[in-house]
Structure formats: C-alpha cells, structure tokens
Design a protein. Structure first.
Length: 81
C-alpha cells in the first residue's frame, strides 16, 4: 500500500502525539518506548533507534506499507483505537 509522504508524516505526528503546547489533542504524547510497543503489538520487530520520533515512525510505517502483507491494514486499523 502506498500513501503520500504527507499523509504518512501526518499519521506519524498524530501517533507520536506531537502538538504545540496550546493545542488540545486526542492523541497523547508517546515516548520512544510506546512507539516501539505500538509496532511490537502489531507483530513487528521494529525498535526506536533514538532518532527524531515522528521521522522514525514515518520511515518505519513506509517500510511496512511497502511490504506485501496484511500488516499495513492492521496498523492503520490499530491507529484508530
């Protein structure tokens, strides 16, 4: 499944919980531990490498989406929970 990079970046910002201090969000801040847990819960072995969280998340998501599997749909479904 191929998504535009802008879409992947937007999903990464939401899942990571990035927002300005004055903004309200339904998406909590997630540390690298919880981002790794997000992918492990989906059945992958990806672990955050210490780089910028949202960039790492977006790159990892693109890697998964490029693979021919049902995992991509599982991740997108999980991100709405």
């Amino acid at each position: 499944m191929k998504l535009r990079r802008r879409t992947v970046d937007g999903l990464a910002e939401l899942i990571c919980g990035n927002r300005a201090e004055e903004e309200t969000s339904f998406f909590p801040y997630r540390s690298s531990y919880y981002l790794t847990a997000f992918f492990k819960d989906a059945g992958t072995s990806f672990e955050h490498d210490g780089s910028t969280r949202s960039w790492w998340f977006a790159d990892t998501l693109e890697t998964i989406l490029a693979e021919p599997s049902k995992l991509a749909f599982h991740l997108l479904e999980r991100s709405t929970v």
